[in-house]
Design a protein around this ligand. Structure first.
Ligand code: PLP
Length: 404
């Protein structure tokens, strides 16, 4: 069986985790601190806050912004449910918008149409690792008429003075937008290090800031760290100092800190990340080269004049097929020993969101993309021979099902 996306765990990873275990620092400690510093260097940013997930990162961002009941947050309908659930948790209304046919990313024109006086933020998703169109999104939120509509409800919102642009960068560490890595475009970004991601810590995530025009980033880091530990004003480091037992609680915070066991994996992953990216890039190229001669293959866009993917998901589409045919092809591929996937079931098709009244008919591009999407395996240890096997298995499955 060729799996879809197994993590790259080897002796180096095991040695790093063992070292953390032996050190006695198994929760947030020196390795988390070091991982944050090294991530900041890699991303070319000043401060990074590591957490236990990208979801937690988004939650902390919305919490800091003071999002709540009566507010609206715009988000693409084509994403993983985490991007939308976090809005629901705040009591605000998720305003789903359709995406662009060419790259699965949020459609800036749909965003413009969806803005109301209640809009406080946009969560753009760098889907599959291909960055959203931040220049266009900032063009919209900085437009004078749209700024005039903006009604800040908190001091933070007043300081920013416009709709905040948040990146759900769960997929996109190492992707590029113009000359920068992702993390430097949106006001704040949240990365994921979940087990299936390009760079994993088993579970994990990180937030980076891009709001130095209004806020001091090291103060923000300290605020987010506090929010990630129940709002407690002392972390484990300060509490182990002699006499350091007394603490206070400044807010009803969350509990979503990263542990040193996670950071121990992350440090090894980051050290070899360029290598990981190159292998992933080669796999993408091999797939595209092998599939471009098939008239039914819609090859994903993962490079443009100013954007380059992190090669997270190879989101292939099969021209002209419907959901039933797509599912038959997937079954056939599975029977022949290859695991593929579908990214994603659009949010309006999920029971919880259907019950809230969202309808897939309002998101025609999402449905068009979803019904014929098949994501192919991509991971460091996938060999060229296995890539060839995936292609052959896919081609046979498509031919068999289309000629039934
Ligand atoms: C688009 C997107 N956003 C957010 C998340 C949440 O990431 P995490 O599992 O680290 O919370 C995921 C996870 O798969 C995702 O795919």
């Amino acid at each position: 069986m060729i799996p879809f996306s197994p993590p790259r765990i080897d002796d180096k990873t095991i040695a790093s985790v063992t070292e953390a275990l032996k050190s006695g620092w198994i929760s947030t400690g020196p390795k988390t601190r070091l991982f944050e510093q090294q991530l900041a260097t890699y991303l070319g940013t000043d401060e990074v806050v590591c957490l236990n997930s990208a979801t937690a990162g988004l939650q902390l961002i919305l919490h800091w912004l003071g999002i709540g009941e009566g507010d609206e947050v715009i988000v693409p309908a084509y994403t993983y449910t985490a991007s939308v659930n976090v809005i629901v948790h705040t009591g605000a209304t998720p305003v789903l918008v359709d995406v662009r046919r060419e790259d699965f990313n949020i459609d800036p024109e749909k965003v413009r149409e969806a803005i109301t006086e209640k809009t406080k933020a946009i969560i753009a998703v760098d889907i599959g690792g291909f960055p959203a169109d931040y220049n266009e999104l900032f063009g919209i939120v900085n437009n004078n008429a749209i700024k005039a509509k903006f009604k800040p409800g908190t001091d933070v919102q007043s300081a920013i003075g416009r709709i905040m642009v948040i990146a759900d960068a769960a997929h996109s560490i190492g992707a590029r937008y113009h000359d920068d890595y992702t993390g430097k475009q949106a006001d704040m970004s949240s990365f994921s290090f979940h087990a299936v991601k390009n760079l994993t810590t088993a579970e994990g995530g990180a937030v980076v800031f891009n709001v130095s025009q209004w806020f001091n980033h090291s103060e923000l880091k300290s605020k987010f760290k506090t929010s990630s530990l129940h709002g407690q004003n002392k972390d484990a480091f300060s509490k182990v100092q002699i006499g350091g037992w007394r603490y206070d609680v400044l807010e009803a915070g969350f509990k979503c800190n990263m542990t040193d066991l996670q950071a121990a994996i992350g440090l090894v992953e980051l050290e070899r990340y360029e290598d990981t990216l190159q292998r992933r890039r080669d796999i993408f190229r091999n797939y595209s080269e092998a599939l471009s001669s098939y008239e039914w293959a819609i090859i994903p866009n993962y490079i443009s004049k100013y954007k380059c993917t992190s090669y997270h998901l190879y989101m292939l589409r099969i021209k002209g097929i419907n959901e039933t045919t797509r599912d038959k092809i997937i079954d056939e591929i599975g029977k022949n020993g290859v695991a593929v996937n579908v990214h994603y079931i659009p949010i309006p098709m999920l029971t919880f969101y259907k019950n809230l009244g969202y309808r897939i008919a309002d998101y025609p591009v999402c449905y068009e993309l979803f019904q014929n999407e098949i994501s192919l395996p991509v991971y460091y240890n996938l060999t060229d021979e296995q890539v060839q096997t995936v292609v052959t298995t896919l081609v046979n499955a498509v031919n068999n099902v289309l000629n039934e």
